[in-house]
Design a protein around this ligand. Structure first.
Ligand SMILES: [Zn+2]
Length: 125
């Protein structure tokens, strides 16, 4: 391994680049949906139906939990399953991106890598 300390971009630049990469990879903000997607087999009750012999009908749901523990369950029609899945995945990607950018900003703050505000104190070592 060669010594890269001279060619390596400085730490602040590297962190800013990482932040830009996170932002560039985000899905559209208008396509997010909080909840968890799940499937369940149900029986329609018709004696002649295949579900009567144990092979139930697959139904997809979106479950959303609210503060206080209230839960809402929405039946997702088959043609909307891919979209609902994508929106739920997008929500998680945004959430992870928020955590990642927050972590980078925490490092920038902790290591004093942020440009100081012109209004801030001029005290310097
Ligand atoms: Zn049935």
């Amino acid at each position: 391994m060669s010594d890269m300390s001279d060619t390596k971009p400085d730490k602040a630049t590297r962190l800013e680049q990482r932040k830009s990469a996170v932002l560039a990879s985000l899905p559209p903000f208008s396509e997010i949906l909080r909840g968890s997607f799940f499937q369940r087999s149900i029986c329609c009750g018709k004696p002649s139906c295949r579900c009567a012999s144990g092979v139930g009908h697959r139904r997809a749901y979106l479950g959303v939990t609210f503060a206080g523990g209230h839960t809402e369950q929405i039946t997702v029609p088959p043609d909307l399953i891919p979209l609902a899945r994508r929106w739920v995945a997008n929500y998680q990607r945004w959430w992870r991106a928020i955590e990642r950018v927050s972590e980078i900003n925490r490092r920038l703050l902790r290591e004093r890598l942020l440009p100081s505000s012109p209004l801030g104190s001029k005290r310097r070592k």
